[in-house]
Structures are given as C-alpha cells and as structure tokens.
Design a protein around this ligand. Structure first.
Ligand code: MLT
Length: 266
C-alpha cells in the first residue's frame, strides 16, 4: 500500500489485529524483508511494516537525513493511520537504530521494543570513514555495487551455501534502493548518537534478537543492550546471520510471538 504524507509517497503494509507492531527495515533494504512476519505475526499483533525514505516505495526527500528524521517519519505514519495506542517498535539493524531514536523522542508512544541484529552504541571513527567510502561507491557505481559488497556480510555462510533463492531475493531488494536513499542512510548511521541511555530510561519490555552467525553485529553488543535494558530478554537464533527474520523466519516469529503475548489484551 502507499499513502501520501506531507506531499511524499510512503510505502507500507498493514495486517492483523491487536497491539500495534511497527517493523522497521535495515540498510539498504526495504519492508519486503518482513514478509514472513507480516504473514506469521498477524495473529499476535496489528503488523505495520513501512519503507524508510529512499527505499522500497517511499520517496526520498532532498536534504540531509538523520536517524531522528526516520523516527519522525515513523511517527507521522502512525499518526496518519490513527494508531493512538502505544506501539511495539521493532527494528532490524539500522531499523533498530531508528527504533531507539523513536524511543528517545517518542517514549510515551512506545509499549515495547524488538531490537533485532542491532546495537545501541555509535559508529567508531573507522566505521564513520567506511560510511563515507560506501557513499562514494554508491554515487559512482550505483545500488547494485552496494548490493554486491553487502550480500556476503548479511547472510550466514550456511544460508549463502544452501539458500540461493533467498540470496537472490536479498540482492534484488538492495539493488532496488535509490542512491540518494543509500547516501542518506549512510550519513544518518554515521552521525547517530549513543543510545544505551535510551534503553536505561525508556524501560519498556524489550526483546533482543541476535543471529548466531551475524558478521555485522557481535553478540557482545547485544549483551550490552541486555544489560542496559532492565526488562529485556536476549534470544540468539542459530543458523542465522544478519537477516534473522528472513534466514530463520520460524524461529524469529516464535520468539516474537511469545514476546507479543505481554501486550495481549486482558
Ligand atoms: C544494516 O543492516 O542496517 C546496516 O548494515 C547496519 C550498519 O551498517 O550499521
């Protein structure tokens, strides 16, 4: 589905009934990464998956993008859909950075957090330099070049060996991103603040999901989030790299459905 918000096209899907669950994709992906959750969690929640600006069916906006900009976009969509009840905000990787930015700014609207394959700490100086190099690559060679470099980092070696169809699908999703969307996301990630304090202060039920073979997010980072969030659970999903919702959708959905029971209406 699409709607126009502030003169800009926004792509999203909505399915199911119950407490609102907002799914925010990672970089350089789009809402298609949540297909199995959209199908599998609609008995547990009202599932809303959106495309961030410059990805999927959401139009880019000229000017700099900050992590907080995406959080504002999420809030605008929630309001446009007349969702008044606090939502469970779920994000994968960059989507997790956005979820934490959302919790920082719109904490009263957050019932719970699902933080998948993500971390709360900011970029190191080296990581910031790598963001600028990736932006130059995107500008010079386009989204397909970014897709080529990202793919081996996103999927577990086992997934790459055994699930060629998924690898192709992920590559297609990445190659469909717009260059301004990619460059905007890289700048937003590079400049994002440390958000461990958000986990300490927002204090909502939090599910932290890790892929046992995630090459991008060391388990130590997810353990840091667990320590910061008093009311949190950490689940490590075997045979999954960075894209747990796609690589192990059943295990992901089982953990999420169990967590979502916390928010079921009495
Ligand atoms: C993502 O998957 O969203 C990104 O790889 C996260 C990052 O680069 O920090």
């Amino acid at each position: 589905m699409q709607l126009i918000l502030n003169g800009r096209m926004v792509g999203y899907d909505e399915n199911g009934d119950g407490a609102p669950l907002v799914l925010i994709h990672g970089y350089p992906l789009n809402r298609m990464i949540w297909e199995a959750q959209w199908e599998g969690l609609n008995q547990s929640a009202r599932v809303l998956a959106l495309d961030l600006r410059g990805f999927g069916e959401s139009e880019m906006v000229a000017g700099a993008t900050a992590i907080e900009t995406y959080a504002d976009d999420v809030h605008e969509l929630i309001r446009a859909l007349a969702i008044e009840q606090p939502a469970i905000i779920a994000g994968l990787s960059m989507g997790g950075y956005v979820a934490l930015a959302y919790a920082r700014k719109y904490g009263a609207h957050v019932a719970g957090l699902i933080l998948a394959n993500t971390k709360a700490t900011p970029d190191s100086a080296q990581a910031k330099m790598a963001r600028d190099q990736s932006a130059a690559l995107a500008q010079e060679k386009g989204a397909a070049a970014i897709a080529e470099t990202m793919l081996p980092k996103l999927l577990a070696p086992k997934t790459l060996q055994t699930n060629g169809e998924l690898a192709e699908q992920v590559k297609r999703i990445m190659a469909s991103a717009t260059v301004p969307g990619i460059v905007g996301a890289l700048g937003a990630m590079r400049d994002r603040p440390d958000s461990l304090d958000v986990l300490q202060t927002v204090n909502v039920p939090t599910l932290i999901l890790a892929g046992a073979d995630d090459a991008l997010m060391p388990l130590a980072e997810q353990e840091k989030m667990k320590q910061a969030a008093a009311n949190s659970t950490l689940v490590v999903i075997p045979d999954a790299g960075h894209l747990t919702p796609m690589e192990q959708p059943d295990a992901f959905n089982r953990a999420a459905a169990e967590f979502l029971k916390t928010f079921a209406r009495a």
